[in-house]
Design a protein around this ligand. Structure first.
Ligand SMILES: Nc1nc2c(ncn2[C@@H]2O[C@H](COP(=O)(O)OP(=O)(O)OP(=O)(O)O)[C@@H](O)[C@H]2O)c(=O)[nH]1
Ligand SMILES: [Mg+2]
Length: 317
């Protein structure tokens, strides 16, 4: 019997790189079809590479969502930038995701400071790709927010640099163009057995994923007041009655004065964070969740080696 006509299985890694806020985590979640990486309106949300698994026919695409690449200042920034590039180096294919809306605003002269920084980062990434000789797929994101003419002009400019093999126009937000990008990614995957079981979507340890979900809520709620000062750790994850899980987490802040911000008036802010995190966790874990949040001061968490090791980041960069 000849079985050679069956399509071979393929599997590999695709790194998604791009400036902070380009929409990398949104794209990964959309491709995977569930939330594996947290998303906020704040830049530098993703702190360490998060893997999401997406199937396309006989191909398994392991997406590596990387921290936004930017000009590093703090130790945490440097570690994040390094891990983003490592993710790209180890991958079978690289997708450079560009926030088309921000880039066009820069060209028009209507950009805010954050959008200008974002365009600088795009240039840095392009230059780094060029000097490394590494080819990437260009994906123009947020096309739901831009005019077609401006988008085409911008894409032409970027493409001319010669570092991209292909270009896709997408909206990670509403899904437009994302399937075409997915099919292209799957054609780039090497032949071989799948790396994860077919029904697995994430490989983040569940305690870490749970902590990330709460960190997302902290960011969403207090991002103006607490820029990057908070981090979340799951301290206990235990089976409870009736198939439920009991999760205890600590939100670490850097100064006692920040406690009032996290708690909010009459504890309202912390309550909101807890309620919304629990709602997501119930959906993701598909079981009842009892969530207990504590707030503690840990002045120097950004300088603690253990914190980096837990996230797979390199402390000494
Ligand atoms: N309108 C629109 N907004 C989008 C799109 N994709 C992402 N966003 C929004 O852009 C913001 C940033 O999205 P993220 O997915 O967190 O971006 P990121 O690239 O992972 O950011 P970092 O982790 O900080 O590097 C969020 O507010 C998203 O909702 C899109 O296609 N259209
Ligand atoms: Mg992200």
């Amino acid at each position: 019997m000849n079985t050679s006509t069956a399509a071979p299985t393929r599997a590999g890694f695709v790194a998604i790189i791009g400036s902070p806020n380009a929409g990398k985590s949104t794209l990964v979640n959309r491709l995977v079809g569930s939330k594996v990486s947290i998303v906020t309106q704040k830049v530098q949300t993703t702190r360490f590479p998060v893997r999401g698994v997406c199937m396309d026919g006989q191909s398994q695409i392991v997406l590596v969502d990387t921290p936004g690449i930017f000009t590093p200042r703090r130790r945490l920034d440097r570690a994040m930038v390094r891990s983003a590039w490592n993710g790209a180096e180890d991958a079978d294919a690289v997708v450079h995701l560009v926030d088309a809306h921000a880039e066009i605003a820069v060209k028009d002269g209507t950009a805010k400071a954050a959008e200008k920084r974002c365009a600088d980062d795009t240039a840095t990434i392009r230059a780094a790709l060029k000097s490394s000789g590494r080819k990437a797929v260009l994906a123009m994101n947020k096309i739901d927010l831009v005019k077609r003419d401006a988008l085409l002009a911008l894409t032409n400019d970027l493409f001319e640099e010669g570092v991209y093999t292909e270009v896709f126009m997408i909206s990670a937000h509403n899904g437009s163009g994302v399937d075409d990008l997915k099919h292209h990614m799957s054609s780039l995957m090497p032949e071989g057995p799948w790396l994860y079981p077919e029904d697995q979507t994430a490989d983040l340890p569940v305690r870490l994923l749970a902590a990330e979900i709460t960190r997302e809520k902290v960011y969403l709620r207090v991002h103006e007041e607490l820029p990057y000062a908070a981090t979340v750790e799951t301290t206990s994850f235990k089976e409870a009655k009736a198939g439920a899980v009991r999760i205890e987490q600590t939100i670490y802040i850097e100064r006692e004065g920040q406690r009032a911000i996290i708690l909010g008036k009459g504890g309202q802010t912390l309550k909101w964070i807890g309620e919304n995190s629990r709602k997501d966790l119930i959906e993701i874990l598909d079981r009842p969740v009892h969530l207990f949040l504590h707030v503690k001061v840990r002045e120097n968490w950004q300088e603690e080696r253990a914190f980096y090791a837990d996230l797979g980041l390199d402390f000494d960069v």
